[in-house]
Write a protein that binds this ligand. Sequence first.
Ligand code: GUN
Length: 287
Amino acid sequence: MTKIISGNELAKKIRSQISQNVQTRIEQGKQTTLAVILVGQDPASHVYVTNKVKACQECGINSILEKYEANITQEQLLKRIQDLNEDKNVHGILVQLPLPKHIDSHAVIEAISPYKDVDGFHIANAGALMTGNPIFKPCTPYACMKMLESINYEIKGAYAVIVGASNIVGKPMALLLLQQGATVTICNSKTKDLAAHTQMADIVIMAVGRPNMLKAEHIKQGAVIIDVGINRLENGKLCGDADFKDLQDKAAFITPVPGGVGPMTITMLLQNTLEAASYLDKINYNT
Ligand code: GUN
């Protein structure tokens, strides 16, 4: 029988701890604040940002949501980030991606202070992840690691195959697994014979955005499947990159979509924001 790793349940537990810590800070007269910048009208981005802001509220974290028209200039956006960097009352800064084409996303991400980069996308954090000790881990790979931890999975010595090589998920995921002693392969759209890789894997991480792509015939008996994909089908329903039904009885564990990695990603954003606040408090206190 395949067991489900419920992101909703795990998120509830971790968020309750985060709420307590945020509450303790409030009792000490300290706020915890995340600034979220949303540019343009991308419908998926609006949904994600709404969910992030709502999760902040539920945990007692203040959120400042700044929405800008798609025609905002890069210079204006960079100026706003600079102001937020300097604002001692703001602990985390998140710029929702993708940005409109005329804006250089790299320049925008690099403008965020690495100490407020709760997405973990800044090159200082990405580089530090490579060498072992970032200030912030990217939220989705961090969430996947927490889900593996929740089932006490022995990562050391496991063979992990990641399908998808993005900067946000695939690449940092590989580094986190590697640090824990896994042997890791990252597959991409040019990979020859993808199934030959996934069939050998103890852990498969799916992060490509292709509905129901991973089938029972592509995995070995007893594999753990972590599904990062969130795809909307024509009938309006959400599904992952792994075929949840087809994998029943073949996978040992699987994360559902919805209710899997999604709520955990937001949870790790809240965790990073709390850590940013604790850290920045200390710096502000000393200056
Ligand atoms: N767009 C898709 N995923 C993410 C994310 O985790 N953070 C940000 N800022 N934008 C995204």
